[in-house]
Design a protein around this ligand. Structure first.
Ligand SMILES: [Zn+2]
Ligand SMILES: [Zn+2]
Ligand SMILES: [Zn+2]
Length: 395
């Protein structure tokens, strides 16, 4: 198929590096793109948002392509920082707009982007990397509002008693709510607290969201190295990884024509932390580099992200470049099938990218979701820490 890329290779695009600055930029792109749906934002503000997003994406794309010189890199980073500041200001404005009553909004002149820059206090962006999540989900969707109210009541009661919990964020969902807490809170105990409330326990499921183990990629591993036993090899070749074979699962090598190949691994947070210190490991042949790799589940035939959708059953065959279904002569004009069909006009208008590239805001959202669900460091909870608890090879 013209323009189609190899399935394994497409995963390469999710290789988004670990640079914390980049990570926080991605976060801002995500948040900023969410602002579009806000009806009370003026067209001017929306246009400013688009500009910021496009420029951020372009810069990140360039940084990621690793084609830039150190000099250019510095400039790009500086510019990204500036843009990030701007998007933070816009976020602050949105919060402000949201907090106003409808009629107040109507009677007010919508502030321009430059007004916002002048007035808005610049909040310090914080990124909670290590969070754990409790999901409260109404058994019957009709009860979701009721469940939310009960849960809020219960949280208030708890926080007024001796059983206080630190909660980072409560997110209402269609079926109930998500409660995010710092890693060092005893989440099991918190779940028990909710279960002890009959009203909540009888109307909802209460459970811990499963965290993923980090995925990494060993770069340019000589093909003479056996990929299937690479976990044993690196553990025997690197003292710091001694006895960690079971904490490393070989996922797949990425097809390549050369004498080397990249190998994708899923590792426990413990191994991730060890490898992250040096970002290099010895194989049985040579020293190789290790990079972060965020895997995004996406059908490579129709490019949808639905986790339940099976690629083997997919009836489509969309071109990764021009989004045409089935055999065709490819124009190579980039068109993202997801953005081009999206109800959001801004996404629709800027769909000249591949659906499986980090340049796609929707793809980027998926990367961020995976990152949010990944446990990169194991901070033991207050009670008996059990590293095995957070580590499963079957993900
Ligand atoms: Zn499909
Ligand atoms: Zn095509
Ligand atoms: Zn797209």
């Amino acid at each position: 198929m013209a323009g189609r890329r190899d399935k394994d290779e497409s995963d390469l695009d999710s290789d988004s590096g670990t640079n914390p600055q980049q990570a926080s930029l991605f976060d801002h792109i995500l948040k900023t793109s969410k602002l579009f749906n806000e009806k009370s934002l003026s067209q001017k503000t929306k246009n400013d948002l688009i500009k910021i997003i496009l420029e951020l994406q372009q810069n990140i794309g360039m940084i990621q392509s690793e084609m830039v010189s150190i000099d250019e890199y510095g400039k790009l980073e500086e510019r990204c920082e500036e843009l990030q500041q701007k998007s933070v200001c816009l976020e602050a404005e949105l919060m402000h707009v949201k907090s106003l009553k409808y009629d107040e909004i109507m009677s007010q002149k919508t502030p321009s982007y430059s007004d916002i820059l002048k007035k808005a206090p610049i909040p310090v962006p914080t990124k909670q990397i290590n969070e754990q999540t409790i999901i409260i989900k109404a058994i019957s969707p009709i009860n979701s509002t009721e469940v939310q109210c009960e849960a809020y009541d219960h949280i208030k009661t708890m926080q007024n008693s001796s059983n206080k919990f630190k909660i980072n964020k409560i997110i209402k969902t269609k079926t109930g709510m998500l409660i995010k807490t710092p890693m060092n809170e005893n989440i099991d105990q918190l779940i028990e607290e909710f279960k002890a409330n009959d009203k909540i326990n009888h109307t909802s499921y209460i459970y811990k969201s499963k965290m993923l183990d980090p995925t990494i990629v060993l770069k340019k591993v000589n093909k003479l190295t056996d990929p299937t036993s690479i976990n044993k090899i690196i553990c025997s070749m690197n003292n710091q990884l001694e006895n960690c074979e079971d904490d490393i699962k070989v996922l797949f090598p990425i097809k390549s024509q050369s004498s080397c190949q990249d190998i994708v691994l899923r590792v426990s947070p413990k191994v991730y932390q060890i490898i992250n210190k040096t970002k290099q490991v010895y194989t049985d042949i040579e020293l190789i580099n290790v990079k972060d790799k965020v895997l995004v589940k996406q059908c490579q035939k129709c490019f949808q992200f639905n986790a339940q959708h099976k690629q083997n059953d997919c009836h489509h065959n969309f071109c990764a470049e021009c989004a045409t279904d089935g055999p065709h002569k490819c124009s190579h004009n980039l068109k993202c099938i997801n953005c081009s069909k999206h109800t959001n006009q801004q996404l629709k208008q800027h769909c000249d990218h591949k659906a499986n590239s980090p340049q796609c805001p929707l793809y980027q959202t998926q990367i961020n979701r995976t990152k949010d669900r990944t446990c990169y460091a194991l901070i033991p909870p207050n009670t008996s820490p059990d590293p095995g608890d957070n580590f499963s090879m079957n993900q």
